[in-house]
Design a protein around this ligand. Structure first.
Ligand code: PTJ
Length: 278
């Protein structure tokens, strides 16, 4: 990767400034460089903002992504900025569902590419899933920038650029997917999805795992497995569960999925938001 591929060159940074050979450390360290000690009570939130800001500067995240992040932060604050037990159960069910899948795909937009690139690549490797860039505000430049960014963070195969299939019922740009990716997938993880596309994927009979901090949003409401948690915590937690369940038999994995109740999980998140202490 070159500095310009990750949008870093303007800032006088190159991959050689990091510790690693492939530039991942340079990219991540710039995205994580904030003048706040880790002991600061708002450290995680400020770091998250910085990653998103860096994502916009690098041409990865859309400006609307900044607004989406602000909305998410408000819900995270009300949730206590922690993974509540119902979200952890959803993350375990998601891990089991991904391990059961024949053709799982992790959908990547501009926000999650900026926030959790390493973590998405790791999850894809652990559950043997494909990564596919799929954008609400799709432009060729952002598609390429995100694919480059994921590759710089270790992804070997990034789908989404072929765009040789369509999600039925969605207008032209937003419905573009890869025929051997989301179109064929049996299980799709869609973090921070917009409601229309989440509903359209549901109409295609896909098992949909949605990560969204707002339990009232349409996307978690149409999901098979809604995860009401910050994507920063959710993705590594799914990976940790998947590692722990890696040797589980099919019956065990199916039981974990069957025992998960989406309505209960949404209700528990709403209850925490309405009645939690802050
Ligand atoms: O990169 P693109 O073009 O695909 O665009 C991505 C965004 C997120 C801008 C686009 O899909 C969009 O506009 O989404 P919405 O409709 O604003 O919905 C975003 C949802 O994600 C909201 O319900 C937020 O509460 C939630 N959210 C925001 N940040 C996080 C989050 N959920 C989990 N973790 C977060 N960090």
């Amino acid at each position: 990767m070159t500095g310009s591929e990750d949008g870093l060159e303007d800032k006088g940074e190159t991959e050689n400034e990091g510790d690693g050979a492939n530039g991942n450390e340079a990219s991540r360290s710039e995205a994580d460089r904030i003048d706040v000690p880790e002991s600061h009570p708002r450290y995680e939130s400020l770091l998250t903002r910085h990653r998103i800001e860096h994502g916009v500067e690098a041409g990865i995240t859309s400006k609307q992504g900044l607004i989406a992040q602000g909305r998410g932060e408000a819900f995270d604050y009300l949730l206590g900025e922690e993974t509540i037990p119902s979200a952890d159960a959803a993350e375990r069910a998601a891990a089991a569902q991904l391990l059961l899948a024949d053709h799982p795909v992790l959908s990547v937009n501009g926000n999650v590419a900026a926030l959790v690139p390493d973590e998405l690549v790791e999850l894809a490797a652990v559950v043997d899933a494909a990564l596919e860039v799929n954008l609400f505000n799709r432009t060729d430049e952002r598609m390429e920038a995100i694919a480059d960014h994921l590759r710089a963070h270790g992804a070997e195969d990034v789908k989404g650029l072929a765009a040789d299939a369509r999600i039925p019922g969605l207008e032209h740009e937003r419905g573009k997917v890869d025929a051997d990716g989301i179109y064929e997938a049996d299980v799709v993880l869609v973090p921070l999805e917009d409601g229309d596309r989440a509903a359209a994927l549901g109409e295609m009979d896909k098992v949909e795992i949605v990560i969204d901090l707002n339990p009232a949003s349409r996307s978690p409401r149409v999901a098979t497995i809604p995860i009401v948690d910050n994507v920063i915590r959710a993705v590594p937690t799914i990976t940790a569960h998947a590692r722990e369940l890696a040797d589980a038999d099919t019956d065990t994995l199916e039981r974990i999925v069957d025992e998960f109740d989406a309505d209960e999980a949404l209700a528990a998140a709403e209850e925490r938001i309405r009645n939690g202490e802050f």
